[in-house]
Design a protein around this ligand. Structure first.
Ligand code: CTP
Ligand code: MG
Length: 224
């Protein structure tokens, strides 16, 4: 079974506040998306990569992406993913955010292996157990309730799917602009989605603090 990776890189990175789109911000010596591209290239189970790109005219320069197919992003993350999905021809697809540069080839391969091993699964998604006590809070800051942490997971990417399941989920929804991940849409269609425990190191770069942490971790990896 072969798999295609979609690398979501079309966001502007408002919360990071850099002068280029987030995926193209320099991180430990290369544009952020190149860290994920290198992991995808090294993953044995992935044969093709499609990158969703920021619209032309975004502030800063957007370098070309050698060896990858590129498609224009959409106004929301899910719309960007839908644009890329239209080009996917393999049975399995993995969606990964360029904002997670610490991903490893092994994580992609493990998710593909789990999808292959469980034909009933529509999706397998990277996740890590929640470590903080987590409460639901009302608008006026009053605590409504404390959630049972033992059943809570923080969800990451990559998220792997049977391509037809993701296609059906993205085709049939008005929620596209609201979904914060792809699995949510598959879950709503009744698809069986499993978590795959990943490292908390696979963090998402959202704010300048995250960029500092990611820089530190990536420098440590390359031994420089
Ligand atoms: N993304 C995308 N298309 C969009 C919005 C986001 O491909 N229209 C991608 C981003 O490039 C990122 C991933 O989805 O790799 C996760 O989104 P997020 O971390 O929210 O990135 P941004 O939307 O760029 O950041 P912000 O929300 O702070 O503007
Ligand atoms: Mg965003």
């Amino acid at each position: 079974v072969s798999a295609t990776a979609i690398l979501a890189a079309a966001g502007s990175g408002e919360r990071l506040g850099a002068d280029a789109p987030k995926a193209f911000v320099e991180l430990a010596g290369r544009p952020m998306l190149e860290w994920s591209l290198a992991a995808i290239e090294a993953a044995r189970s992935i044969e093709e990569v499609i990158v969703t790109m920021p619209p032309n005219g975004t502030t800063g320069t957007v370098p070309s992406v050698p060896g990858a197919t590129t498609v224009a992003g959409g106004p929301s993350r899910s719309e960007s993913v839908a644009n890329a999905l239209a080009r996917v021809e393999t049975e399995l697809v993995l969606v990964h955010d360029a904002a997670r540069p610490l991903v490893t080839p092994e994580l992609f391969d493990a998710i593909v292996a789990e999808l292959e091993a469980d034909p009933e699964a529509a999706g397998v998604i990277a996740a890590t157990p929640v470590v903080d006590t987590t409460k639901e809070v009302l608008r006026d800051r009053e605590v409504h309730r404390t959630l049972d942490r033992s059943s809570l997971w923080s969800i990451q990417t990559p998220q792997g799917f049977r391509t037809e399941a993701l296609r059906a989920a993205l085709d049939s929804t008005e929620l596209l602009a609201l979904a914060s991940d792809d699995a949510m849409l598959v879950e709503r269609m009744g698809g069986r989605v499993l978590v795959h425990e990943a490292s908390p190191e696979n963090l998402k770069v959202t704010t300048p603090l995250d960029l500092r942490v990611a820089t530190e971790l990536l420098r440590g990896r390359s031994g420089s």
